[in-house]
Design a protein around this ligand. Structure first.
Ligand code: SAM
Length: 278
């Protein structure tokens, strides 16, 4: 695969009308829409990390993606385009979103581009089921707890890779006002908000580690372009027998949150000895 870095993918999106046209990145006169610059950079930065992961660890010829909260599925279309042009790997894409209109739009774009390796589903990520084994779960800016649904779905289907760039994170802000040792930080609304974002991503990362994933956090674009630039990149590791959710519980016990990611596992035992608390 030749195209690997972010700058090359940005170039591709800016130069290749057969890709950026159907994705709606151009005006009817063919000029690139200025307002798409941020989205193009986010897609390029995220795709770069996905391609790196596959190049380094993906041994399979066929790789099945699930894009959660796919919206117009920009990410899947760009990846499909790159794989078709540059790689021997055969990708297959599922997309899921709660917005029926956007799912219809994805189907139209797929037909325009002539891709028969894509299926789109209307519904919640957590309710999605596929007739193929999912290798990689991806989600770009899945709102609030929709990112947790993507992580939960990835763990439940045993995806080898789970890569998510979270969006707004509202769930913990109101939960960490008091009753923990860092109230002198969280008493200030602005700091509480930033701290809630950090705590949310830390809990997500610990939860993934406790479920047998090696986790790295990276920035896909500079923070001045968007503060929603953190990628949680998780790769399933083979020997998971000694891993458990102790660190996740330790962190969560300090702040005593009701963290939604954990709740998606209440119907089955977690990778831990203790019973589910809900
Ligand atoms: C900010 S948009 C991001 C769309 C796309 N990933 C992108 O980056 O352009 C968030 C999307 O999440 C979808 N969504 C929200 N909650 C969802 C859920 N529980 N399951 C699936 N999709 C969801 C919305 O319909 C919306 O399309």
């Amino acid at each position: 695969m030749k195209i690997i870095n972010k700058a090359e993918i940005v170039d591709l999106l800016e130069q290749e009308k057969s890709l950026s046209g159907p994705l709606g990145f151009r005006h009817s006169n063919g000029l690139l829409k200025k307002g798409m610059n941020k989205k193009i950079n986010e897609i390029a930065g995220f795709s770069e990390q996905i391609l790196k992961m596959i190049r380094k660890f993906g041994k399979k010829k066929e790789i099945v993606f699930l894009e959660c909260s796919c919206g117009k599925s920009y990410l899947s279309f760009v990846l499909s385009y790159i794989f078709e042009r540059e790689s021997n790997t055969i990708p297959y894409f599922f997309g899921v979103d709660t917005n029926r209109g956007l799912i219809q739009k994805c189907e139209e774009t797929r037909d325009v581009m002539g891709y028969n390796n894509m299926v789109f589903n209307h519904g919640r990520t957590i309710d999605f089921s596929a007739d193929r084994k999912i290798d990689m779960v991806i989600a770009l800016h899945a709102c609030n707890t929709a990112t947790d649904e993507a992580i939960a779905k990835g763990i439940k289907v045993g995806a080898k890779y789970i890569m998510v760039v979270p969006c707004c994170q509202g769930q913990l802000r109101s939960q960490i006002k008091n009753h923990h040792p860092l109230t002198s930080v969280t008493q200030f609304g602005l700091l509480r908000s930033k701290f809630a974002d950090i705590l949310t991503d830390a809990l997500r990362s610990q939860f993934l580690m406790g479920n047998g994933y090696y986790v790295e956090l990276l920035e896909i674009v500079p923070p001045k372009l968007t503060p929603k630039n953190i990628l949680i990149s998780a790769r399933k590791i083979k020997n998971t027998s000694k891993r458990n959710l102790e660190e996740y519980y330790q962190l969560n016990n300090i702040f005593k949150t009701n963290f939604s990611l954990q709740e998606y596992f209440c119907e089955q035992p977690l990778n831990d000895d203790r019973a589910c608390a809900c």
